[in-house]
Design a protein around this ligand. Structure first.
Ligand code: DI6
Ligand code: FE
Length: 413
């Protein structure tokens, strides 16, 4: 065994076209004749093949990519992946003419998912989430944000977050958690939002944080959920624990949630159909990413488009995500999410692709670690059987992934 120790666990991806998503390299950060070198779990080189330094030009494993395209592995930065049951029956009833109110009165809606989630153990929640997670991973996803928010009592919120953490141990994926007890007021606290925040949301947050279960704190700021003043109390709790915040804001009406989130230096504000130019500018100033969720827009047959022009004018960063949830976005495809972002929201190719890589990483506060093809970052790569990047957003229901690499490890499709 005289193998060079430096080459241990090393791989070289050559003859590859790179969409690095590095901003200093122009749109998509394209390098036509590229190479990517990996040592252990790190990218040590991502650039032109002809400039490959001689000390890293040899590797244990050399992969000729035959001109395929490589992007950073994809990132789904907003999901409710862990939950019990589904709402297909409600979907069917709505097609037959039932209204949301009728369904809610019959015990449906978010309350039915809360019941179904409370009924499951951590292991059962993991088992329920796995097929959804696997669907994402098969399309080149390597990082998934997962929220709590269907427990609505301390025990069940912690259970959801434990299930989310468990997913990372049984699949090659990075999971980033958000504590979303401020998603809805459970029936037992009806009309007593403040008590729910005092009794459940804030003490549950301290417990979940003490267990290492919380990467960020989320809330739902809406007429049917929590007011900006109530969300501010939750954000104060997050701040006291040193946790970053994000917010479901301006989905159904404009309550100024995005502005509030920006004032707390939020990582992101999400949905945003009813955002105004002021809110977009406040987000840009705070570095708060706008996460657009076309799956919910589509499922709700919403007609109010998010203010994409205002976001561009303010130079607010834009990400896109599935919002995978059983009520308003039963979507487990980030490729389809990109297509919807283009078709429904008129996002450009660059906005779509940056939205599931670089900007999604920024929205999760992990841009130092992943989201671009860049030396020093985690070797999270996706290799595609495509002739041009536009194919990633153009097709509907077709998966051109060739292979995925997570932390340097090759994962067969
Ligand atoms: N926004 C939504 O659209 C969902 N939650 C949220 O914060 C709805 C959740 C559900 O109906 O289960
Ligand atoms: Fe959501």
């Amino acid at each position: 065994m005289n193998r060079n120790a430096d080459m241990e666990g090393s791989s070289l991806w050559r003859n590859v076209r790179l969409a690095t998503l590095r901003e200093n390299l122009g749109p998509l950060g394209i390098i036509e004749k590229g190479a990517v070198a990996v040592r252990g779990d790190r990218i040590v080189y991502a650039g032109a093949e002809c400039d490959l330094p001689s000390d890293i030009s040899s590797a244990e494993q050399v992969i000729d990519c035959e001109g395929r395209w490589m992007t950073p592995a994809l990132i789904d930065c907003h999901t409710h992946l862990v939950h019990g049951g589904n709402r297909a029956r409600e979907f069917q009833l709505r097609l037959e003419g039932a209204t949301y109110e009728e369904i809610a009165r019959a015990g449906g809606g978010i309350v039915s998912t809360v019941k179904a989630t409370n009924a499951l153990s951590v292991e059962e929640l993991v088992a329920a989430a796995l097929p959804r997670l696997d669907a994402l991973l098969l399309e080149g996803v390597s990082t998934v944000e997962v929220k709590s928010g269907y427990g609505l009592n301390i025990g069940a919120e912690l259970k959801m977050l434990r299930a989310a953490r468990q997913l990372e141990r049984i699949r090659p994926v990075r999971i980033v958690t958000s504590y979303l007890a401020a998603h809805a007021t459970p029936p037992e606290y009806k009309g007593r939002d403040a008590d729910y925040i005092d009794d459940v949301v804030l003490p549950g947050l301290s417990q979940a944080h003490a267990e290492g279960l919380v990467d960020a704190v989320d809330g739902f700021c809406e007429g049917i959920a929590f007011s900006p003043a109530e969300i501010a109390r939750v954000f104060d709790g997050a701040r006291a624990l040193g946790l970053p915040v994000k917010l479901h804001a301006e989905q159904l009406s404009n309550l100024g949630g995005a502005k509030l989130a920006a004032s707390y230096g939020a990582l992101s504000a999400d949905h945003l159909e009813y955002l105004d130019a002021d809110g977009a500018a406040a987000m840009a100033r705070a570095g708060t990413v706008a996460v657009l969720l076309p799956g919910a827009f589509y499922t709700l047959r919403e007609t109010q488009l998010p203010p994409v022009e205002a976001l561009r004018a303010a130079q607010t960063r834009i990400a896109v995500a599935t919002d995978c949830n059983p009520g308003t976005s039963p979507l487990t495809s980030l490729l389809l999410t990109m297509n919807m972002s283009a078709t429904l929201f008129r996002l450009t190719l660059e906005e779509c692709l940056a939205g599931v890589t670089r900007e999604a990483a920024r929205a999760l506060g992990i841009l130092q670690e992943t989201g671009t093809l860049e030396a020093g970052k985690s070797a999270d790569l996706a290799l595609w059987n495509i002739e041009a990047p536009a194919e990633l957003i153009y097709r509907i229901g077709f998966n051109p992934l060739s292979e995925r690499v997570f932390k340097g490890e090759r994962i067969a499709r």
